[in-house]
Design a protein around this ligand. Structure first.
Ligand code: ADP
Ligand code: MG
Length: 228
């Protein structure tokens, strides 16, 4: 299969670390990025999303579905992000959190709410439309966060340790939900995680980052925790 996502010469020069990585991903695949804290994993995701410029390296190239998105603003990249602190809007009901991306792209509020309400079913959140974020459990809030990201149908979804704050059983359930949603929606995923078992369970490919460099990549079955 042809490479659907290509990141070439992503570089950032910080006091603490020099990031310099290139990698690719196939359509509909899940790639996990693992490695020590401070090695540059979040920086890599932020450069892909366009939230961090990094170094102006001449060879830098980000291609998504045959489109060069290297210099596009974040909102034009067709990339979604899910973070650990789910970053819901506290003052908006669940339905308005989820429909936000549609409204900001021009869908009328009433129609967007209807779409959001239908959408919530895939996330086991039926009946949650009118709830405020602070009344949700950690797992529920993270499911709302997933719904909010996926409703705009991003081609690539970046996950930055989205499940770290949850306990192990819930983490397992939610990582399975992410995998299932991937089958339903067909997005390509890149997930930073420190949970090696999770990485092995849900990814097609694992990338190891140390001190800003890619030091290993391959199939989950060939990955050993000792490499970190
Ligand atoms: P990881 O996600 O692997 O834990 P990060 O990508 O968050 O690592 O950070 C890697 C290092 O780069 C850290 O030491 C962090 O403080 C530093 N860093 C990240 N962003 C910036 C920035 N914009 N300016 C300076 N240093 C930064
Ligand atoms: Mg990080």
């Amino acid at each position: 299969m042809e490479e659907y996502f290509i990141a070439k010469d992503l570089q950032a020069d910080f006091d603490t670390v020099q990031v310099d990585v290139s990698f690719t991903a196939k359509k509909g695949s899940m790639t996990s990025i693992v490695g020590p804290s401070g090695s540059g994993k979040s920086t890599i995701l932020r450069m892909i999303a366009g939230l961090e410029d990094g170094k102006k390296s001449p060879g830098k190239k980000i291609i998504l579905d045959e489109k060069d998105i290297t210099n596009l603003p974040p909102a034009k990249r067709e990339i979604g992000m899910v973070f650990q602190n789910h970053a819901l809007f506290d003052h908006l009901r669940v339905e308005d959190n989820v429909s936000y991306g549609l409204v900001s792209r021009g869908t009328k509020k009433k129609e967007a709410r209807k779409l959001a309400s239908d959408f919530l079913k895939d996330f086991n959140l039926e009946g949650f439309e009118k709830r405020m974020p602070q009344t949700l459990s950690g797992g529920e809030a993270q499911r709302v966060s997933l719904a909010r990201t996926l409703i705009t149908k991003p081609k690539l979804v970046l996950f930055d340790e989205p499940l770290s704050a949850l306990d192990a059983p819930l983490r397992k359930k939610l990582s399975e939900l992410i995998r299932q949603l991937q089958k339903t929606f067909g997005f390509t995923g890149i997930m930073v995680t420190h949970d090696i078992e999770e990485a092995k369970r849900i990814s097609d490919r694992i990338i190891l980052i140390k001190h800003g460099k890619l030091t290993w990549q391959g199939e989950p079955k060939d990955f050993s925790e000792k490499m970190i």
